[in-house]
Design a protein around this ligand. Structure first.
Ligand SMILES: *[C@@H]1O[C@H](CO)[C@@H](O)[C@H](O)[C@H]1NC(C)=O
Ligand SMILES: *[C@@H]1O[C@H](CO)[C@@H](O)[C@H](O)[C@H]1NC(C)=O
Ligand SMILES: *[C@@H]1O[C@H](CO)[C@@H](O)[C@H](O)[C@H]1NC(C)=O
Ligand SMILES: *[C@@H]1O[C@H](CO)[C@@H](O)[C@H](O)[C@H]1NC(C)=O
Length: 347
């Protein structure tokens, strides 16, 4: 008599599991019909792995790159990316981009939150352009941004080490200085700096109401300039954008930067790879230094010496790279982590 009790319990447990499996299977097949999910072939490959998949839900995902098709070196084995919100209850992580969820709290996931689920806060904008940060209080587990102390560091660009044997050829220079700016705010530090500088130095301005930078040859155009102004729209720690990376450095022009202090730049690029406006007491002094360099070929060339040791990673870091990084980060994430206030940190 006594032995039937546990058997009955076991059976109940068994049916419970079968039921669970059926539900999961139904959700999985239903959702795989949505356009963002992987093709059936990929789904088979991922589910064939021994470990259960980590489901990574991209909240507000509108970018047309094929999810689950990350370049090999990211190794996304064991992860399954989706944009299907139906999978929210079983998602191991939900990735939300700040600008997509900052205009109302209703844009955040509303359903009951599974206790082991990670919410990953993703932001490419600077704090000056990140409203309503307090919405994130006591909700976020991992951060992903250009800040080097993010849980998932996603810079706008990076250098790769060279073995010192590569000779970089300085692109042919026919012009002096260029600046591309899309948002001309007359009260910003960068525009005010330029207003002073232009009295002493001719700068070609590209952007909306100015010269057009041809899309297909914008790097080529920038490469013909000796100097490129990489002036950030706001000044914040580590906020160093594609203006430095994919414009100036990748094109092979010497960056003149306005942004966080020199020491901050030197955490990412060698000290002789750029000119900082803070190196000079006035825009006038900067102008006279650039004009002097223009006449001194040898001194100008020294701004390229570092290129035998490092090279600029191919193009700017794409959306895809950012999302592809999440799988590995999630596998290595601490089992519990929570961030009381993004606002207190992201300044
Ligand atoms: C910040 O949140 C408030 C309240 O939800 C909203 O009215 C406002 O538009 C938000 N600000 C921005 C810039 O989205
Ligand atoms: C250095 O790197 C270049 C290209 O990156 C490669 O062709 C060369 O074999 C490397 N040399 C050494 C000594 O590792
Ligand atoms: C780089 O330049 C040095 C000196 O001009 C030369 O000796 C060397 O062979 C060059 N290396 C390559 C890989 O072209
Ligand atoms: C994530 O943070 C929330 C809110 O503080 C917390 O309830 C949850 O347990 C955390 N999850 C993990 C996996 O750390």
């Amino acid at each position: 008599m006594e032995s039937t009790q546990p058997t009955w319990k076991l059976r109940k447990l068994f049916f419970f599991f079968i039921l669970q499996a059926c539900i999961s299977f139904t959700i999985f097949t239903m959702s795989s019909k949505t356009k963002y999910l992987a093709s059936p072939l990929e789904a088979v490959t991922t589910s064939a792995s021994s470990k259960p998949d980590l489901i990574i839900l991209l909240w507000n995902f509108r970018h047309p790159f094929p999810v689950n098709k990350c370049p090999k070196h990211f190794d996304i084995s064991g992860c399954f990316y989706t944009a299907d919100r139906e999978l929210y209850p079983s998602a191991n992580a939900v990735v939300m981009r700040h600008r997509d969820v900052c205009s109302s709290r209703k844009q955040l996931p509303q359903g009951r939150r599974p206790s082991k689920q990670y919410w990953i806060w993703f932001n490419r904008e600077s704090p000056s352009h990140s409203p309503n940060l307090s919405f994130m209080d006591n909700l976020i587990n991992l951060t992903m941004s250009y800040r080097a102390d993010s849980d998932i560091f996603s810079p706008y660009g990076q250098l790769e080490e060279q073995n010192g044997t590569v000779n970089f050829t300085i692109p042919k220079k026919t012009k002096l200085a260029a600046w591309a700016i899309s948002n001309w705010n007359p009260y910003s530090k960068r525009v005010q700096y330029y207003e002073q500088l232009k009295k002493y130095l001719k700068v070609d301005i590209y952007g909306k109401k100015n010269l057009q930078l041809p899309r297909d040859s914008h790097l080529q155009t920038i490469s013909t300039y000796k100097f490129y102004f990489a002036f950030e729209n706001s000044i914040h720690e580590d906020y160093i954008t594609e203006k430095l990376w994919s414009n100036a450095l990748y094109a092979g022009s010497v960056p003149v930067v306005l942004g966080p202090p020199r020491s901050n730049y030197e955490r990412f690029i060698p000290r002789d790879a750029f000119i900082h406006v803070d190196d000079f007491t006035s825009p006038r002094e900067l102008a006279s230094y650039l004009l002097k360099l223009d006449k001194d070929e040898e001194k100008y060339k020294q701004y390229f010496n570092w290129r035998s040791m490092f090279q600029v990673s191919k193009m700017e870091i794409s959306w895809m790279d950012n999302y592809c990084k999440i799988c590995k980060a999630l596998k290595e994430a601490p089992s519990y982590r929570t961030i009381p206030s993004i606002k207190a940190w992201f300044k």
